[in-house]
Ligand binder design. Sequence first.
Ligand code: NAD
Ligand code: UDP
Length: 337
Amino acid sequence: MTILVTGGAGFIGSHATVELLESGYDVVVIDNLVNSDIEAIKRVKELTGIDFPFYQYDLLSYKQLQKLFKTYKFEAVMHFAGLKAVGESIEIPINYYHNNITGTINLCRVMDEYGVNKLVFSSSATVYGNPSTVPIYETFPLSVTNPYGRTKLIIEEFLKDLSASNPKWRVVLLRYFNPIGAHESGRIGEDPKGIPNNLMPYITQVAIGKRDKLKVFGNDYNTHDGTGVRDFIHVVDLVKGHINALNFLEKTIGIEIFNLGTGQGYSVLDLINTFSSVTSIDIPYEIVERRPGDIAICYASPDKAKKILKWEAEKSLRDMCKDSWNWQINNPNGYRS
Ligand code: NAD
Ligand code: UDP
């Protein structure tokens, strides 16, 4: 059974490729490497001991996609490829809309043309906007505050319309909470270009001495210690949920939506303290203004995924800190080390 992985050189896609290969699937990966490094593909091959085809293709090139679908008979597609930086999406919305939305439409068009109709899509908890209560259920109202989030919401709506148009389409939308951590080998992990936007890579770069101190964005939220609360989930747990989603696609029709989170909220200070306790490294930080657009508390109800996908996260916050640090210490400059 051959699975096409788009964006398979990226943070989550590379871990998913390992999980797919170890679960016995054949895999073909495409990625235009706009936010990743070919080294990730080499490492996945080395880690699993399995060779697989990789193409530096762009979802915006319909010709490249046709060439690919002519060559392989895919059972399903896991679609990770996309641009994901919120701040950048505000600065260059044309790129974000074009890349994420046109890229997904191209992918679905070529899937349709070649009779491949099973799709697992990487959505995000950002589509819940600022929820009025927590935990967040899949049925909560949707709203977004930035172009990145809007591309996810538009793609979700597009995929709902596509499934409604013809029962041959089988789609799973996975709404990720906050993926952190890395493969326990320390060979693959998150490799942000430039200054990290996200909390965990910032913490590990402070720990290794690449940045002086962490800026904590606000301590006046209505949370147990005033800092923002998030549902951090280990990337390996997250990608395991994708394997369950693939199995689910075998015996379902239409479209289903699942939260992938732990169901547990931890604050920014909880994460800093856990990281320090696991690594014995002090993380200097200062409290600064809230970051515009941030919400106070966001954590999932993972009940639906547990009940229907038979999946739940297993790794602890300490595991996430240990593995993020192991990746950082072994690769001080990411894949360019
Ligand atoms: P990433 O940037 O590490 O990986 C995405 C990959 O897609 C990159 O390797 C990039 O080079 C590739 N890509 C982008 N546009 C492409 C195109 N037009 N053609 C081919 N390849 C292209 O990001 P990630 O953290 O691995 O995220 C994977 C998916 O999950 C994304 O869709 C992202 O929006 C979504 N997501 C991520 C998070 C998170 O916190 N990391 C949270 C929620 C949702
Ligand atoms: N955060 C922070 N300093 C940083 C990066 C993030 O205090 O340098 C906080 C942010 O305000 C939020 C939490 O950490 O409360 C998680 O932010 P991240 O960008 O990792 O993910 P988000 O939930 O915004 O997608």
